[in-house]
Design a protein around this ligand. Structure first.
Ligand code: ZN
Length: 133
């Protein structure tokens, strides 16, 4: 498995419209636009930061994973995403190492990326996403 870089930090917010001002006005980042991923019941907004990005996540449904996260923990860091060169090979390798996975197979993420989450129990409490684009 080859980790290429931190692809993005996923941050759960109640509202992208309200949450984005800090990133644009205070930090001077560029708002790259938003995209809804129906499958995940989430709208994402990306703000490039050098080689990586900040990803704001807003729920589109009360039973979606981001809605549940906000209910339990409130707004804040939701996941860290690492870009890999081959996500299928990375998942197979982690599985062989006994790492608990949420997604055994990649699913479709924003921007046409292939993504998969590792279980927080296997990572000392952090939700880790692998992505390939
Ligand atoms: Zn993400």
């Amino acid at each position: 498995m080859k980790i290429l870089k931190i692809d993005h930090l996923g941050i759960a917010v109640n509202s992208i419209e309200e949450g984005k001002n800090f990133w644009t006005d205070a930090l001077g980042l560029e708002f790259e636009g938003s995209e809804t991923v129906e499958e995940q019941k989430v709208t994402t907004a990306f703000f490039p930061v050098g080689e990586s990005e900040v990803e704001l996540l807003e729920s589109t449904a009360p039973d979606g994973p981001i809605a549940k996260f906000l209910e339990k923990k409130g707004q804040g860091i939701h996941h860290v995403a690492f870009r890999v060169d081959n996500i299928e090979a990375a998942l197979a390798e982690l599985k062989e190492k006994g790492i608990r996975l949420i997604d055994e197979k990649p699913r479709k993420g924003a921007g046409g990326a292939k993504i998969a989450f590792l279980h927080p129990k296997a990572t000392n409490g952090i939700l880790v996403e692998l992505c390939e684009r």
